[in-house]
Write a protein that binds this ligand. Sequence first.
Ligand SMILES: Nc1ncnc2c1ncn2[C@@H]1O[C@H](COP(=O)(O)OP(=O)(O)OP(=O)(O)O)[C@@H](O)[C@H]1O
Length: 264
Amino acid sequence: MTAKAKHLDLWQVSKTYQSAQGPVEAVSDVTMSIEEGDFVSILGPSGCGKSTLMMMLAGLESITDGVVVERGRQVTGPREDVGLIFQDATLLPWLSVLDNVLFPVKILKKPRNEYLRRAHDLLAMVGLSKFENHRPSQLSGGMRQRVSICRALILDPPLLMMDEPFSALDAITRDEMNLALLDIWQKNPKTGVFITHSIREAVLLSDRVLVMGGRPSKVVCDIKIPFGRPRPDDIAESPEFNKLCGELKQYIQSGHKHMEEVST
Ligand SMILES: Nc1ncnc2c1ncn2[C@@H]1O[C@H](COP(=O)(O)OP(=O)(O)OP(=O)(O)O)[C@@H](O)[C@H]1O
């Protein structure tokens, strides 16, 4: 079996914020790789540095120490080949759904006609063809987040980073969005970094799950998810799925306890 190429390489990556109350060591000494095409979730207690780590990988937050390399090139700032999705869909209220999806094309001054077909196809894939001319205020939260997924995919970036993209949605819509994301990955595989507080969501979607914890925060657990793709519909009911969730829960709880002990 041939080894997969590395998409991201992190070497001794740390981040210390300077705040009015003094330095905050948010991430400490993370060394790891993420392989091409892998969907990697990051779990961990609140405040353990998950978003900070993702922002450093995306080149949107400076790195205090260490190096991040993407496909052989050191990351020094934001770049076009990363799609980003956040908890809030952050759509532009005055633009139609279609124009929101095409917004990165406009900003980067790429030819609209070349991306129009892709925008229609993406919106069809997430079931929003009939809403292309609607404004974001006419959509539900789940629909808005589906538009933001299409916007992140419009330039077909090889890397998609998602920071708790479904945490503001109700449970049923969240399950639907998980299935939509599995479907998108099946049809158009890419490298993914996904931050979530939901253990089950992480196990369902991922090829690998990392748990961050401790103070200063590190990667305390790195588990390969043994399920192939496409994932069977009833995978989340299987004993193996639930066993993995149980193991991850224990790692998170011990990281949580450690953070509480240090902060008291
Ligand atoms: N701009 C900033 N200035 C100072 N401290 C910051 C800044 N941003 C984050 N922090 C601190 O860094 C630590 C890590 O924050 P981060 O948002 O990365 O954690 P997180 O694991 O994503 O949390 P959550 O799950 O609650 O979103 C926290 O202690 C936070 O208070």
